[in-house]
Write a protein that binds this ligand. Structure first.
Ligand code: KG4
Ligand code: ZN
Length: 328
């Protein structure tokens, strides 16, 4: 069976994984840098790049040991080549180039967004193309029609903040620390989602866009008013986010038609309330719903290795340049 080594280092997770062509994650390691960045309330690119440089090589050695395989057993080395924080991306990509050169195996440069976009197929063997994908992470918020490997049609994107960014900013306002998404979700469970009147930016709009900047400002005003409990702000923010996302998905489905399956991926896809709302939405359109398990939603190397499996047979040159921006 084909075997691909995957490397991820585009933000604040250093990760390596070995994945087979028949969807088995035979080894994976991941190191979060939360404690490095928490004092600053966000990811500091230079600190991230240094931490990746320190951790990545022993981590790759570790996954090969865990699986008791060598580089010679791999069919390709896949690494995130962008988009992301360029210092970190370069650490991962240069490491992959060196390993590819030393082992005479093909290098596959993976777009991090493609890693997220194909991750549901690693988790769900029955998921065929085409599918409608809501890709929600710390840096992106898009609706994509995934027609095949390398065939992505963007149906909607954000004109300001990404959804994960809105979660992180809400967490910061509420003093919940970093990273914010999971903390907001936890607090929201104790609150009333209809307690705080918050806007649903662009809901009902005939343009295929998302916007979250106004929602974040409204959260700040609600907090500063002193009239609302933090758990009610968290729950109301999360409800507003859900309403925005489902409204925009309805618009996209109306414009472009349905597909057999509705899929969500990216870090925010680990949010249980969002998953539940999307499951209901899918049902109302007679679509199947699928989402990777939370650990495959947030940044990881298994999704990069899997994207490498999907692209097996291709290879990229050793002078492939890391890309801070790289639209799908
Ligand atoms: O995909 P990801 O790990 O990294 C990027 O590619 O950006 O996504 C990280 C984002 C962060 O903004 C984080 O706060 C958000 O995903 N996130 C969540 C949850 N878990 C992570 N947002 C809402 N609810 C969650 N449970
Ligand atoms: Zn990501």
């Amino acid at each position: 069976m084909e075997l691909v080594l995957g490397i991820e280092s585009s933000c604040d997770e250093t990760a390596a994984a070995l994945v087979t062509g028949d969807r088995k994650i035979i080894a994976q390691r991941i190191a979060s840098q939360d404690e490095h960045h928490a004092p600053y309330g966000g990811v500091v690119p230079e600190i991230a790049a240094r931490a990746h440089a320190e951790r990545l090589a022993p981590m790759i050695e570790g996954v090969l040991k865990d699986a008791a395989v060598g580089l010679s057993d791999c069919d390709a080395i896949a690494a995130t080549a962008g988009p992301g924080l360029i210092g970190g991306v370069m650490v991962g990509l240069v490491s992959a180039k060196a390993l590819a050169m030393a082992s005479d195996k093909p290098l596959i440069a993976i777009n991090h967004l493609e890693g997220h976009a194909l991750s549901p197929r690693l988790a769900d063997p029955t998921l065929d193309f085409p599918y409608t994908l809501l890709l929600v992470s710390g840096g992106h918020c898009q609706i994509l029609l995934v027609e095949g490997v390398g065939r992505y049609r963007r149906l909607a994107t954000t004109i300001d903040d990404a959804l994960g960014e809105a979660f992180d900013k809400t967490a910061k306002i509420l003093g919940l620390g970093f990273p914010g998404g999971p903390a907001v979700e936890r607090l929201a469970r104790e609150g009333d989602g209809s307690a705080v009147p918050l806007p649903r930016p662009l809901a009902g709009s005939k343009e295929p866009h998302f916007s979250f900047a106004g929602l974040k400002s409204a959260v700040l005003r609600a907090f500063q008013s002193g009239n609302y409990a933090p758990q009610d702000i968290a729950a109301s923010f999360q409800q507003a986010a859900i309403d925005c996302v489902t409204d925009r998905l309805r618009f996209a489905l109306m414009q472009h038609g349905t597909t057999p399956t509705l899929v969500v991926a990216g870090g925010v896809a680990s949010n249980a309330a969002i998953r539940a709302a999307l499951e209901d939405l899918a049902e109302s359109y007679a679509m199947r719903f699928t989402a990777p398990p939370p650990k495959l939603c947030t940044d990881n190397a298994a999704m990069i290795a899997w994207a490498g499996c999907e692209r097996l047979g291709q290879s990229d040159p050793l002078d492939f340049v890391a890309r801070p921006r790289w639209p799908l």
